[in-house]
Write a new protein. Structure first.
Length: 91
């Protein structure tokens, strides 16, 4: 399997870092590191996340990384990281 980040997911990382860095730059760096590393585990267990039925026929799933939700899509042999946000965010 191959892992790819969408431009929206990368923008989410930047947005989350910017928001957290206003309060604690070290916590912001740790959060971004954890979020960046989390999808690596999907390469060996791609279907570990909860399947989102509302996205069918696409295979979109979600995992929680601490207090953050990460949505990803499986297409053939590629995993696309779609979006990231804090679970308390309004979306």
């Amino acid at each position: 399997m191959e892992l790819k980040w969408t431009s929206k997911a990368l923008s989410d990382l930047v947005r989350l870092y910017g928001y957290l860095a206003l309060v604690d730059i070290q916590a912001a760096a740790k959060a971004v590191q954890a979020l960046s590393a989390a999808p690596q585990g999907l390469l060996t267990h791609p279907r570990i996340g909860e399947k989102l039925e509302e996205c069918e026929p696409r295979e979109v799933r979600r995992i929680l990384v601490g207090r953050y939700e990460m949505r990803y899509e499986i297409q053939a042999s590629t995993i696309y990281v779609l979006r990231l946000w804090h679970t308390r965010e309004t979306r």
